[in-house]
Design a binder for this molecule. Sequence first.
Ligand SMILES: CC(C)(COP(=O)(O)OP(=O)(O)OC[C@H]1O[C@@H](n2cnc3c(N)ncnc32)[C@H](O)[C@@H]1OP(=O)(O)O)[C@@H](O)C(=O)NCCC(=O)NCCS
Length: 227
Amino acid sequence: MDEVAASLVMLGGKPRLKSKPGRRDMAENAKLKTAAAANDEMELRVRHMHRRDINRVWEFLKLVFRDVNRETVEYQRPRHKARFLETYEEEGVEQLVFEVRRQGKSDLVGYAEYAYEIIGSDSWMNHRYFEKRGMRPLFVEEIAVHPDYHGMGVGSFMFEQIEHAARLRGCTHIVLEVAENNEEALRFYRKRNFQKLDAAIFMSRRIETGGELLTPRRLKPRRPAKA
Ligand SMILES: CC(C)(COP(=O)(O)OP(=O)(O)OC[C@H]1O[C@@H](n2cnc3c(N)ncnc32)[C@H](O)[C@@H]1OP(=O)(O)O)[C@@H](O)C(=O)NCCC(=O)NCCS
């Protein structure tokens, strides 16, 4: 299914969100499109990922997360291509690609993956946490924007799409995981009112190294014998 849920037109770098077009809007759109060709306008579109996209999206994810992975203890995904291939076959996972059309060419600029259940056997998430609190979450597994397109509204558009999907499914929350030192992403989520739920923090302490064997240690005095 190749449905275009919505589109975002970017003119001169600043995005303008367009709502569902009426008849007059459609005529307006046609005019805009003609002007667009001359103006080098870019249109952002969303569609479901197909099998034929898998390799391209995988390469895209490696590129997007290369710098992020350098800065975080935990891999910010993707870990293995095999897992990514499995995900495509998995029921209940939505994989969306976001493309920019420009002068007849299409560039992959974003990828979003989400599910309505905790997926995969490698998840640390505890579904009871949400059940006990009456939460019905949509879990964002992945959100990635091409580095050349950061700050142009692609991420915002992706989140609008995700929120739209969550509402359609009757979800009460959007839940995601982000590394505390992925500052750009954290700023992005905080601005969109995401709040910390609970977190495992990676802790470390430097170990001072001396010789191979420990230095002599003074013993505690012997406890007096019980009478
Ligand atoms: C986090 C991420 C998805 C945001 O996507 P984006 O397309 O840059 O988001 P937007 O353009 O819609 O918004 C970015 C915000 O930063 C501001 N910004 C300005 N210049 C920017 C720049 N050069 N780079 C990034 N953000 C910039 C934007 O104005 C915007 O502000 P707002 O929050 O007030 O709207 C994107 O940075 C990303 O893919 N990061 C790498 C992968 C990653 O870490 N994913 C999350 C894993 S949990």
